[in-house]
Design a protein around this ligand. Structure first.
Ligand SMILES: Nc1ncnc2c1ncn2[C@@H]1O[C@H](COP(=O)(O)OP(=O)(O)OP(=O)(O)O)[C@@H](O)[C@H]1O
Ligand SMILES: [Mg+2]
Length: 298
């Protein structure tokens, strides 16, 4: 059975997508794992970090993106049934075992979903809430169910902020990993996320567990950065913070322009080396958590 992990922070621009694509690539390339990246963000940054825009445009034209799976889960149409197997892009960036479920710039937003569900209810608020919660509970689980056992890891890349797709992804996940920066607003984003997860757990809607927190450094160690890291450590537990930090490195940003993760474009750069080290720590933490290593070549 594969493990589903959400890479999430309610704050934008903290490195969620960069951590997702590089960690997933290293797990497939260096650890011989089967890994699927699911792009749940209408910015499609994970998709465009792994394939050129022309390839994405072709997939969109052929209706081979997450959008089709979301649509048919919400409004099934036997005439146009898409299988997740036809939509997943295999061995992406020529890395064996690294697969992508491409995102789409158009996915249902909460307003459209509310309109749709409202039209299906008996106009009672309770009925509407029941349908809404049931959709949140099932949407991403239903989409991933046919492939979950084919992977070691399924990585979910989210947009910043809270919406139904994000909550549904969190509900479907075994773990969550928080990329953050040592600055006040990123920590606010973590706090808001914790609030949402606490609420989902309170109502027994998910068993998701915090895997860890990864800091992307903002360059030199400032007094503010140290203070923030200490605060995060006190709030979440020191053991939850990855020792590996991701440095700011121009090779990481440049890699996006080549539609490949930095661990492939410039494997000896400081950024790529940090992601390789992060992968080692990720694997080690997971084996420790489960008591025995299920990993090949580790
Ligand atoms: N270590 C790094 N060094 C240099 N640039 C980086 C690094 N990590 C991320 N970036 C760049 O910073 C920007 C934000 O990173 P990223 O897209 O991963 O954040 P995000 O949290 O996914 O953002 P969003 O909330 O918009 O989805 C991107 O342009 C990315 O290329
Ligand atoms: Mg992103």
């Amino acid at each position: 059975m594969g493990h589903v992990i959400s890479i999430v922070n309610m704050k934008g621009g903290v490195g969620k997508t960069t951590v997702t694509v590089n960690l997933a690539t290293c797990l497939a390339k260096d650890r011989a794992m089967r890994v699927l990246i699911v792009d749940l963000d209408t910015q499609i940054n994970a998709t465009l970090s792994l394939m050129p825009p022309l390839n994405f445009a072709q997939l969109r034209k052929e209706k081979r993106t997450l959008k089709q799976l979301v649509n048919q889960t919400i409004q099934p149409n036997p005439q146009s049934h898409f299988s997740i197997h036809d939509i997943i892009q295999r061995n992406i960036c020529n890395v064996n075992g690294l697969d992508l479920l491409p995102g789409n710039i158009e996915l249902y937003n909460d307003f459209l979903l509310a309109v749709l569900l409202y039209s299906k209810t008996n106009s009672s608020q309770q009925d509407f809430e029941r349908n809404w919660n049931s959709l949140e509970n099932s949407l991403i689980r239903t989409i991933l169910q046919p492939v979950i056992s084919s992977y070691d890891w399924i990585f979910l890349d989210f947009p910043p902020g809270d919406n139904l797709l994000t909550r549904s992804g969190l509900i479907a996940s075994h773990f969550y990993l928080i990329p953050t920066k040592p600055e006040p607003l990123s920590v606010v984003g973590m706090g808001i996320l914790e609030g949402h997860i606490k609420k989902l757990k309170h109502y027994d809607r998910t068993k998701i567990e915090l895997f860890g927190i990864v800091f992307s450094s903002l360059g030199h160690a400032t007094r503010m950065a140290t203070k923030i890291k200490n605060r995060v450590s006190a709030d979440f537990g020191e053991d939850k913070i990855f020792t590996t930090e991701i440095p700011t490195n121009v090779a990481v940003a440049k890699a996006v322009d080549q539609f490949q993760p930095v661990v492939l474009t410039e494997p000896t750069s400081t950024g790529a080396r940090a992601f390789t080290e992060l992968t080692r720590e990720f694997v080690q933490r997971f084996s420790k958590a489960v008591g025995a290593s299920p990993f090949k070549n580790s």
